[in-house]
Write a protein of this length. Structure first.
Lengths: 598, 286
């Protein structure tokens, strides 16, 4: 046996976990939004810390000579308020109050939420208890509770924020609990359990590393909430009057707005900028840590490469489907085109089944999607021609393709379950498809659907017609999809690994069904598969694909008996021999013995 | 045969159902099996048959509600906490999906060292052992510093095998270890598993839906259908002269990679279906 195959994935430069994290910070530093908002916040915090140095007065020092002094007064750069206190000093000290509020509120929420989230998420038995507790906390009316608890906190905003942290904790709890439930279903957690790893170590090593990102982001937003709530309470006059805070300053400025409007402006502006920066920084953080949200994959008419022209070869071939030199490429992150299908040619005649065989990444499914005209939006057709019944489909408008897909080409997918919509009954989905393709009335379509269900071997068509997809088995779902595919008696059926997700006994039945339907309707079938047994069972011709190219094609019997290309031989040799059973007896440690033999 | 290493007696396994005081659903309805030291017992069955659940019960990941599992003469069906963790050095696992069975944020080295470190190995000794393990499964030494996403499915499965080998266990539960792999990779990984067994004398409980794979690696085979082992015996007997109708159906349903032989098998299968259908009809009429 050879050592590792030296495929491209293994030569990526090594990168450790620490480097990935460093990568996240490096990306954050390159994001202008994060840099600008982050710097403003840091400057504010520094200014707050240096409050006693920058301002010349104590925030509570009242001087009756400067009552309502305008900005620019000697020693009072922002003026003084109605009690003759230095506005700049009060503003800077308010920053400190806000920062302390944020730290207390967010860290209490973080500690409680994370701890209980991990426990509730990981130990299913304790989950209902934690769930009840946190739901209860969420029902408390926050601000009201904080005001009612004034006698308890004695008006100290730090004690108030401690309680507010508890009220904020359900948000963190829910994030952590959901993610923990997800992670503890992962096989690597099972593997760790089997390895004798203790629960607390699993939580620390495996769960916390996944949960970390989202809670960092949530914490940023919690800081903002804590600051606004503290300001709000102070505005209402809840809490000690000797503590300078944005809320108290805004409240006083507001009452004095007619006399000295700027008194109101400074604290409001600072608080606004501070909160905006926190929210924007949180957003930047989310984009960096979680990556930009993936865009939904759009499926569209194939994009053609610039200067593309369908190759107009001799049109004489009577083939039902004729693919010539098809090339499909995807842009790589660096912008270059990366061809995944490289010059595939293939013909399909009525009544024959062509097997498109290859391993994962060989481009077999992309070729099939190219024929169906349902390539993802980024895909670019670089060359070649695909003629269906003589009509060139590369570059054809969507309306033409839709007509072809309804009438001439049909498709059977790999995952039957994910191709049925769980919210509609099987029957309504079939009826819909038939009506779109043929334009018959609802009643006729229903009759036709029931006929088809019976035809594809469903024992009780009436019941299946009324069932929802989750009520039928995978094999039945695949029969339903086949029924839908052949509803319009298409000339070409493209089946993409139609039996891969099914059990072998069901697979045999589905292959029998496809064979029967083919004889009845004379369809040409393109069967995409990796299973040579399936190919041997149903295909008359076969195309072996490797890295986007057809390396060998021919009559199935010939290719199996005498493969010409070494890749084909390699694949055929890799199939486990039917006649080989294991014959060497179990060995005790240290002994060695012969291998499997015939 | 020597005394069994692992033995299941009338083993029943259930899964809990959500909701207050709801009864668990029984998936495995009393199965008997045994695995001798250094032996492979193949467990073959279709989806929903309960074959994976048998493996999970042995690993302590599913709830045993009846019967027993004994390992080395000791009942392990209801072990918890420290006693279960102590068993980790004897019983290990390789899962089907090489993508979700490795933590994406831990390096291969950290993943492999974890089972050793929790057993009290020193960091240096564990690092040394990790390199030996990587070598044993045919991966380069520098793999230790890399993350799972840099490896292909087959390479990841090698890592999973290395993790299972780390504490030199006596039994590895292999849950469809090659099903998610490409054909050529599959053959190589199977060869590695056989090699390791011959070298180390480790026993396998090999769960798979693929008869060809099971035939290749097992000394004995058990066929699971609807939560019961319907047929069990030496690999040649079960796969060449199956007695149970389900085993017969299963054998004939697997297509051979040869168009001519497959045509014969198809005819055979159609004939068998007719025979079994007639038997069912008669049984119903009787």
């Amino acid at each position: 046996m050879t050592a590792i195959p030296s495929d491209s994935t293994s030569v990526v430069p090594s990168e450790t976990d620490a480097e990935t994290r460093k990568g996240a910070i490096a990306r954050l530093v390159r994001d202008p939004q994060a840099v600008i908002t982050g710097s403003i916040l840091i400057l504010m915090i520094i200014a707050g810390l240096l409050a006693n140095v920058i301002a010349q007065h104590d925030p509570n020092e009242a001087n009756l000579y400067v009552v309502n002094a305008p900005p620019g007064t000697e020693g009072y750069p922002l003026g003084a308020d109605q009690a003759g206190r230095d506005i700049l000093a009060r503003l800077l000290h308010s920053i400190n109050t806000a920062v302390v509020s944020a730290l207390i509120g967010a860290s209490v929420a973080l500690v409680i939420g994370t701890a209980f989230g991990l426990v509730g998420g990981y130990f299913a038995r304790l989950r209902s208890m934690t769930e009840w507790t946190f739901t209860l906390i969420m029902t408390f009316p926050g601000i009201l509770l904080l005001i009612l608890l004034m006698p308890l906190t004695g008006g100290d905003y730090r004690a108030t924020m401690l309680i507010f942290g508890v009220l904020l904790s359900p948000g963190i709890y829910r994030i952590v609990r959901n993610m923990t439930v997800g992670v503890s279903r992962e096989l690597y957690v099972d593997a760790a359990k089997v390895s004798g790893v203790t629960s607390s170590r699993i939580l620390r090593r495996h769960v916390l590393s996944v949960v970390r990102g989202p809670i960092v982001i949530a914490t940023a937003f919690l800081c903002g909430t804590a600051i606004s709530t503290q300001a709000g309470l102070a505005f209402l006059g809840v809490g000690s009057l000797s503590i300078p805070s944005f809320g108290a300053m805004i409240s006083e400025g507001f009452r004095n707005i007619g006399l000295a409007p700027t008194q109101y402006l400074w604290p409001a502006l600072t608080l606004g900028v501070m909160n905006a920066c926190i929210v924007l920084f949180g957003n930047a953080l989310r984009d960096t840590l979680q990556g930009a949200q993936p865009k939904p994959q759009k499926i569209s008419v194939a994009h053609l490469a610039e200067g593309f022209e369908a190759e107009s070869g001799p049109n004489a071939a009577p083939a039902l489907l004729s693919i010539r030199d098809l090339g499909i490429a995807y842009p790589s992150p660096s912008g270059e085109l990366n061809e995944v299908v490289r010059g595939v040619s293939l013909d399909l005649k009525p009544g024959e089944t062509v097997g498109l065989v290859g391993e994962s990444g060989s481009g077999k499914t992309q070729t099939a999607f190219g024929v169906l005209g349902v390539l993802p939006n980024e895909a670019i057709v670089t060359r070649g021609s695909v003629r269906v019944d003589g009509t060139e489909i590369l570059g054809a408008p969507e309306s033409t393709l839709r007509k072809l897909r309804g009438d001439v080409i049909a498709y059977v997918p790999q995952e039957p379950m994910s191709n049925l919509d769980p919210v509609y009954t099987v029957g309504s989905q079939l009826v819909e498809g038939i009506r779109v393709a043929t334009g018959v009335s609802k009643r006729e379509a229903k009759v036709r659907a029931l006929e088809l269900l019976e035809r594809v071997g469903i024992p009780d068509p009436q019941r299946t017609f009324k069932s929802y997809p989750h009520e039928i088995s995978g094999g039945m779902a695949q029969r339903v999809l086949i029924a839908g595919a052949v509803a319009t008696e298409p000339k070409i059926l493209i089946a993409d690994e139609p039996t891969t997700a099914l059990d072998v006994t069901v697979q045999a039945d589905i292959l029998d069904l496809l064979r029967d339907l083919q004889q009845e309707m004379g369809m040409g079938i393109i069967l995409v598969t990796h299973n040579f047994g399936v190919v041997a069972d149903i295909c008359s011709r076969i195309c072996v694909m490797k890295e986007g190219e057809v390396v060998e094609s021919g009559e199935a019997v010939d290719v199996f008996a005498d493969p010409q290309h070494e890749y084909t031989s390699m694949l055929l040799n890799a199939i486990l021999d039917e006649d080989t059973v294991r014959t060497d007896p179990p060995v005790a440690v240290g002994q060695t013995s012969g291998g499997a033999s015939r | 045969m020597t005394t069994p290493l692992l033995e299941g007696r009338d083993l029943k396994v259930s899964y809990p159902v959500r909701g207050f005081r709801r009864k668990p659903i029984e998936i495995v309805h009393g199965v008997d099996f045994s695995v001798a030291p250094g032996e492979t017992l193949g467990i073959v069955g279709e989806s929903g048959s309960g074959k994976t659940t048998i493996g999970r019960a042995i690993l302590g990941l599913a709830l045993v509600t009846g019967g027993s599992v004994t390992f080395d003469g000791r009942d392990i069906s209801h072990l918890g906490g420290a006693a279960r963790r102590a068993l980790a050095k004897d019983i290990q696992v390789v899962f089907q999906d090489p993508y979700s069975s490795l933590n994406p944020s831990l390096t291969i080295g950290a993943t492999l060292a974890e089972p050793l470190i929790v057993q009290g190995w020193s960091k240096e000794a564990a690092t040394k052992r990790v390199l030996e393990l990587l070598d044993r499964v045919g991966l380069p030494k520098n793999a230790a510093a890399r993350l799972p996403r840099e490896f292909s499915g087959g390479q990841r499965q090698r890592v999973a095998i290395a993790r299972a080998l780390a504490p030199e266990p006596r039994l590895i539960v292999c849950d469809e270890p090659v099903s998610a792999l490409d054909l050529s990779t599959q053959a190589k990984v199977m060869e590695l598993l056989l090699d390791i067994q011959r070298d180390m004398g480790v026993a396998y409980l090999f769960v798979s839906h693929d008869l060809a794979v099971v035939r290749h690696i097992s000394h004995r085979v058990g066929v699971v259908y609807d939560g019961e082992i319907v047929e069990q015996g030496p690999v040649r007997e079960v796969t060449e002269q199956p007695e149970h109708p389900y085993t017969q159906r299963l054998l004939l349903a697997a297509p051979i990679a040869d168009p001519l032989l497959q045509e014969k098998r198809r005819a055979e299968r159609a004939r068998l279906r007719q025979v079994q259908h007639n038997q069912d009809v008669q049984a119903g009429a009787a």
